[in-house]
Design a protein around this ligand. Structure first.
Ligand code: ADP
Ligand code: MN
Ligand code: MN
Ligand code: MN
Length: 343
């Protein structure tokens, strides 16, 4: 065995719309490299809807590296996509967020998703006309009649923690086969969003080895009484956490006002097909309305009890869909927070 070589899986977002897919390929390099030492790389953009066939190369610029705990001598290298001349590719939503970031802004993302087997949520009967018992006992449940895919979820969690991904929790969700992980980034929007894409990559790849796929669709089942999947976005700036004169009641009121004013813009950045999920039912507010509410899971923005009591702390934007691009979501959230003078 040649011990000089390491595998670097270069991962990037393709040019599919409305939501990009994750792609990755392995580069084998002599020696253990830091992010700065890693070379740029190229790929065939004509196979990812990022270029035409006669001028097909796109560039990969490494932006984050973590160990790949599932494979020996291997690293996962998250990359942004550049044009051949080194300018950001049109599909590169990360560059916009990088211009609108502050390391003191914290984001807690609650990523909901559904394991899928044979085109149905994992745990559902194979016969298309049959359904499991109604929702009620699946959320945070235990027992074979309530849970599907726990081993995959736990494997994913273990890998994430080994890789240094800042997960802050997981739970079984309201729909059978639906789960959630929480990612808590305390180093700004870009860092958190990069981690979310890497976490999604590890999830999809882990499930793949069980013959199961992952749906991030906001409403995998449109008929019947079944919950959709969101990407609740919790956020706080240092002013919000501080409270008092600069960050207390008045600042919170300004934030609600600004988010209300920008509601329409926000939802265009919060993932596709989200109107199927934001119906006003199943713990959501309608996509056509904006509301805030203390401890209210039917509001667009939920004010946690502690934030209301202390008039400082974080807020939860419940509108983003599970399939949303975190660069786009955190861009409009960051911009609105800036507009409200929250950072
Ligand atoms: P729920 O399901 O009740 O909405 P979760 O516990 O799933 O809440 O998610 C709450 C998220 O809020 C977590 O990701 C957590 O890390 C995050 N969070 C906690 N405090 C802050 C804060 N000050 N700023 C931003 N996010 C925060
Ligand atoms: Mn949650
Ligand atoms: Mn949830
Ligand atoms: Mn939530």
């Amino acid at each position: 065995m040649n011990r000089d070589y390491f595998i670097y899986t270069y991962i990037w977002l393709d040019g599919y719309t409305p939501e990009p897919n994750l792609r990755g390929k392995d580069k084998i390099i002599k020696g253990e490299k830091t992010l700065k030492e890693l070379p740029m790389w190229a790929f065939d953009g004509s196979s990812t809807r990022q270029a035409k066939g006669h001028f097909s190369d796109c560039l990969l610029r490494p932006v984050k590296i973590i160990p790949d705990p599932a494979r020996k001598r291997t690293f996962l290298v998250f990359c942004e996509v550049l044009n051949p001349d080194g300018t950001p590719h049109l599909s590169n939503t990360r560059v916009l967020l990088a211009k609108q970031d502050n390391k003191n802004n914290w984001f807690g993302l609650e990523q909901e998703y559904v394991f899928i087997k044979n085109g149905r949520p994992f745990g559902f009967p194979l016969e298309k006309n049959k359904f499991p018992k109604p929702q009620g006992e699946y959320y945070c449940g235990v027992g074979a009649e309530n849970i599907a895919g726990r081993d995959i979820m736990e494997k994913h969690t273990e890998l994430c923690l080994q890789a240094g991904i800042p997960l802050s929790g997981t739970n079984a969700e309201v729909l059978l086969g639906q789960w959630e992980f929480q990612l808590f980034g305390q180093h700004g929007a870009v860092d958190t969003a990069d981690f979310l894409w890497l976490t999604r990559y590890l999830l999809i790849r882990t499930a793949e080895s069980y013959g199961i796929s992952v749906s991030f669709h906001p409403k995998p089942l449109t008929r019947g009484d079944w919950n959709g999947s969101g990407l609740h976005t919790n956020f706080s700036t240092s002013k919000m956490r501080q409270g008092g004169k600069t960050g207390g009641k008045e600042l919170l009121a300004k934030i609600y006002k600004t988010f209300k004013k920008n509601h329409k813009l926000h939802v265009t950045h919060y993932g596709s097909d989200n109107h199927l999920r934001l119906t006003g039912k199943h713990e959501t507010q309608s996509i056509h309305r904006f509301s805030t509410g203390v401890s209210d899971r039917g509001a667009s923005i939920r004010i946690p009890l502690s934030t209301d009591k202390d008039q400082k702390g974080y807020l939860e934007d419940r509108r983003p869909a599970a399939n949303g691009d975190p660069y786009k979501i955190l861009l409009v959230v960051s911009r609105s927070l800036k507009e409200a003078k929250a950072w």
